[in-house]
Ligand binder design. Structure first.
Ligand SMILES: [Zn+2]
Length: 313
């Protein structure tokens, strides 16, 4: 029986958030997710030194998905390893690593039509310039189903868990069933208190796959999500907490789906509400968060149900 590999959370500050990366202390050490441009130098380097490890020895950069707060530090981190770390991302999110402009386009394609802020595109572009450390081609393009060797007998399997984004993956340290889910498990969402996902059906199927097939003994989240009572979960969950978080995420998706479908039954309703054209769903769900606050998960998710309905008809 191989000995369990040790996993350390690494927190880096960003505005009102902490961004979480994880260090897998394998013969070929790995970091899961990279925060933003400043995170490798400001958060990770010191945290690794404190446990007697060196950032330059990292050999794998495993990205759970393409969002800015997960890939922003990838280029800088790869540079700190002298280019020796292999960067892995799912092929469906790889454009977000290759191009800053892809993040602006993501905003234009979905959120812009609801937020109507004339300055937003300029703001999105300046954020992408500032918090993404560089554009790069990933060395390992994932599809899900791969097993990566981190040296010795440490193996990490890759599971496609689309929904939050098309190219979201979970990484599982085989043999100890430790699973890194990035943002694929939203519960109530992070700072915005609303779960964010682009594709509701895929999000649901991924949660069921995690709950019923992968059954994590330890689950590592990209953000400290919240319980129904508003209490922040830590980012490291044991088996019972993981099961509860997956079940709660499924229950919340059911409620959001019901409200969204009732709201969309008569078509989206343009009003002067900040939640327009989905104000009825916000009222029904009792959602009182600021829907315009980045990354605006309310609109991303509602747009997901709207797209689902229009592609079914
Ligand atoms: Zn995300």
């Amino acid at each position: 029986m191989p000995q369990d590999v040790t996993i350390h959370p690494l927190a880096s500050p960003w505005g009102r958030f902490h961004l979480y990366s994880f260090f897998i202390d394998a013969p070929e050490p790995a970091i899961v997710d990279t925060g933003i441009a400043s995170s490798p130098a400001e958060g990770m380097d010191a945290a690794l030194q404190a446990i007697g490890r060196r950032i330059g020895d990292v050999r794998w950069i495993l990205l759970t998905h393409g969002h800015i707060d997960h890939i922003g530090g990838a280029y800088a981190l790869a540079e700190m390893t002298g280019g020796r770390a292999k960067v892995a991302i799912h092929e469906a999110d790889a454009h977000l690593l290759r191009s800053r402009e892809a993040h602006v386009q993501l905003y234009v394609d979905v959120r812009q039509q609801y937020l109507k802020d004339p300055d937003a595109v300029r703001h999105q572009r300046s954020t992408a310039d500032r918090v993404i450390s560089g554009e790069m081609e990933p060395l390992v393009l994932l599809q899900g189903g791969e097993t990566l060797s981190l040296g010795g007998d440490v193996r990490v399997s890759v599971h496609h868990v689309a929904g939050h984004t098309a190219g979201s993956v979970a990484y599982m340290v085989d043999g100890q069933d430790a699973v890194f889910t990035g943002d694929a498990v939203q519960i109530h969402g992070a700072a915005n208190h609303f779960p964010g996902y682009e594709d509701p059906d895929a999000y649901r199927a991924s949660l069921e796959h995690l709950r019923d097939v992968l059954r994590p003994q330890r689950m590592y989240l990209g953000h400290p999500f919240r319980t129904t009572e508003g209490v922040a979960h830590g980012v490291e969950l044991d088996a019972d907490q993981a099961h509860a978080a997956l079940q709660e995420s499924l229950d919340i998706e059911s409620r959001v789906r019901a409200a969204a479908l009732r709201t969309l039954a008569d078509g989206p309703q343009e009003t002067d509400s900040a939640y327009s054209p989905f104000a009825r769903a916000a009222v029904e769900l009792g959602y009182e968060g600021d829907p315009t606050l980045e990354p605006s998960p309310f609109f991303t998710t509602m747009h997901g149900y709207r797209t689902m309905l229009s592609s079914a008809s």
